[in-house]
Design a protein around this ligand. Sequence first.
Ligand code: BTN
Length: 333
Amino acid sequence: MKSEILRALRESDGEFVSGQTLCEKAGVTRQAVWKNMVQLKDHGFIIESVPNKGYSLISSPDKLYSADIKSRMKRDSFCQKIESYDITDSTNTRAKHLAELGEEEGTLVIAEEQTSGKGRRGREWKSEPMTSIYMSVILRPKISPIHVSGITLLAALAVVKAIKKICDVEPLIKWPNDIILGKRKICGILTEMSSELDYINYAVVGIGINVNNKRFPANIKDKATSIYLETGKKQDRAQLAALTAQYFGEYYKKFIEAKSLEPFTIEYNGLLINRNQEVKIFYGMQENAEANKIETGIARGINGDGALIVDTKNGTECVVSGEVSVRGLYGYV
Ligand code: BTN
């Protein structure tokens, strides 16, 4: 109901909305509208109320709050249910727990802070409070487990599209799913799943976006940046989270219908930072580990399975995500 009230206030573009209109739009009584207004004000929304005119939304707090995020998404959006937390261990862990309990596909878990944020390859994902976006979506895709990595690439497309739309910058993708701005990483994506040999019980796609961070710890500051650091502008995290979820849902529905990444390869390859550039392929779990086989080649783009096509001196290789990591010859990208 709060999301419908916020939606109605936002759609009025600063004009006052009468209590009666809000009752009709939210499908509740005057008293319920009033009670929800009080609760929204407690959450930090500044709402002006004038007798005989109604209500007007003056400003929204810089918070990732479920009703606010929902009010910014289309009504028929894929993410119909949103759970927001001030703090959690990891939104992926939380989403997996909910999925185990039978939570439906499309539920979005989002948090202001993570105490055990997880990155790929067992790494930690540093999760500074109140500056970033930590979000995970529960999925129950009826596809073979071998195709699940495609979902991560779709999440990358969704993040780029949302950032372009709101922040007026042009991020690129480092295959398979790092989002890059100014040669540094602003977003990482981690997809986890519970599956049988040929059946996915559920998957969780987790997205961490560095939005308004002003600094990074010494050990990652050469590789990591934020949208704020690259644009000099504080960004609207709730809007960015809402659009990312919205776009992800749209890509995901299309992917499930097509059962392939084929419809997305042109868009994805157009965003690939290493396209037609020399890259190093590390076969193994640890980058730079001596035991790993390393090969160099020219990255050409992804195919319909999401594999990276690399022309090497031994011929064309289709590099599958999960088995390898790819870096530019002289640094992270
Ligand atoms: C990477 O290593 O690049 C992947 C990072 C993924 C981080 C996000 S933050 C939200 C979700 N919850 C987690 O614990 N991890 C993912």
